[in-house]
Write a protein that binds this ligand. Structure first.
Ligand code: DGP
Length: 115
């Protein structure tokens, strides 16, 4: 999609080192990490979020990439959290579906904070 930063990264137009890639998704480090390991898994195809008619093979590829990313990032054994933000209340800031893989340190008990 024209002007979409994650489309540009996924296509290589904006060069970013990939932690992992396959035919359907790419994964790269988040520019504003919120954990010692913070990787984004991003479909090569543009979908705003989960409610945007995401094809089943793309959904499956997103999920299948997670343990591979965790292994490559060295957090498979210690554990990790995955997050997909959708829409304003979740503070989705990039309108291209992406899955956060967060880990590398013990997390607190609360899963989210509200304002
Ligand atoms: P979200 O709030 O779920 O939409 O998270 C978007 C994340 O994307 C946020 O943690 C920062 C990250 N991000 C935004 N622009 C870029 C970029 O150009 N490069 C990288 N590596 N990450 C980006």
């Amino acid at each position: 999609m024209e002007g979409c930063i994650f489309c540009m990264i996924a296509s290589g137009e904006v060069p970013v080192p990939f932690v992992y890639e396959d035919g359907l998704v790419v994964a790269f480090n988040d520019a504003e990490p919120q954990a010692p390991v913070h990787v984004l898994v991003v479909p090569r195809s543009h979908h705003t979020c989960l409610d945007d008619g995401v094809p089943a093979d793309v959904s499956a590829a997103l999920c299948a990439a997670v343990p591979k990313v965790a292994e490559l990032a060295g957090i498979a054994a210690s554990g990790y959290r995955t997050v997909i933000n959708c829409g304003p209340d979740a503070r989705q800031s990039v309108q291209h579906l992406h899955l956060h893989v967060l880990g590398g340190a013990q997390m607190g008990h609360g899963m989210v904070t509200f304002e």
